[in-house]
Design a protein. Structure first.
Length: 318
């Protein structure tokens, strides 16, 4: 059985863990109950950390003349400087992290759906964007897996997030004990997964890992990480994923019987045409890859712990 790393995930504390939302509520987040067994959580409530109580008067993002402030309309308090100082301190001392799960629509934690107003008493928003804490997190860690609890309710988005999260955690383990051999092993294990997501970046990663120019390891690792982030940031296209899976069947050779090969190729074609989820194509192959050592070691077929899979949803690399 494959051994999975434990990703480090920064989590908005009001999600499932603590009743620290502005109204004193804790937000149910059933997915976290499964995820928590496989990750290391770093919970945080930025609003509590800057001294706001529970419950508390709501805060909002004000935008005037291109400048944004964080205000508490009921008290008139300007919390902009306090929130920015906290975000810089917390994120600056975070160390290794692989992803964030943040509260949607929160003026501190929302990643893109936070309402912005022209004034403290304005009734209608003038736009949307990231909250103050989330904005700093996205700027400091542009390559990490970042989502909110609302979007993670979508099985496709959830599986994309998990695939990216666990891939980043695997690479962080390489960075913690760097060596040319460890980088080469990572590249080989993730070769098909990377090809399915971004062929151009996958080819660049293969060249960097081979390091035929004999560059210093730190330089090669830094360049590899940049390209890895680019590869993981873009979901795979159906045609690309289908091509990679067809190639994997060819690589299996004798372990697949003719009837099994035909069944698998039919499933791949249904996926490519948009008539079936990729999970339907992967499911039979998982039963067969144990016969082939090369395929068995590929993370494409098991990118994250099986009990986090959504059997009714789209595949992780779709």
């Amino acid at each position: 059985m494959r051994k999975f790393p434990r990703p480090v995930v920064v989590l908005s504390q009001c999600l499932e863990l603590a009743p620290c939302r502005y109204d004193g509520e804790r937000i149910p987040f059933p997915f976290l109950r499964k995820l928590a067994a496989h990750v290391e959580l770093r919970p945080v409530c930025p609003e509590v950390e800057i001294g706001l109580g529970v419950p508390r008067d709501p805060i909002r993002v004000i935008e005037r003349g291109g400048e944004r402030t964080l205000l508490q309309p009921a008290t008139g308090r300007d919390l902009t400087r306090a929130m920015r100082r906290f975000a810089e301190k917390f994120l600056g001392g975070l160390g290794g992290a692989d992803g964030f799960i943040l509260k949607s629509r929160s003026p501190s934690c929302g990643i893109g759906d936070v309402k912005r107003y022209a004034g403290a008493e304005a009734a209608k928003p003038i736009g949307k964007g990231a909250g103050f804490f989330a904005e700093e997190a996205l700027a400091r860690f542009p390559g990490l897996a970042v989502e909110d609890e609302a979007r993670l309710g979508n099985p496709l988005i959830r599986e994309r997030f998990l695939t990216r999260l666990f891939a980043l955690a695997r690479f962080r383990a390489v960075k913690e004990r760097p060596s040319a051999a460890a980088l080469a092993r990572f590249q080989e294990a993730n070769r098909l997964l990377l090809l399915a997501r971004h062929k151009r970046e996958a080819k660049a990663l293969e060249k960097i890992a081979a390091n035929r120019k004999r560059r210093p390891l730190p330089e090669a690792m830094e360049e590899y990480e940049r390209h890895l982030h680019a590869a993981l940031a873009r979901p795979a296209r159906r045609a690309s994923a289908a091509d990679v899976l067809r190639q994997s069947v060819g690589a299996a050779g004798s372990p697949l019987r003719p009837s099994e090969r035909a069944r698998f190729l039919r499933a791949i074609e249904r996926y490519r045409e948009g008539r079936a989820p990729l999970s339907a194509a992967l499911r039979p192959l998982r039963d067969w890859i144990g016969r082939d050592e090369t395929l068995a070691g590929q993370t494409l077929f098991s990118p994250f712990p099986p009990d986090l899979e959504d059997t009714g949803g789209e595949s992780a690399i779709a």
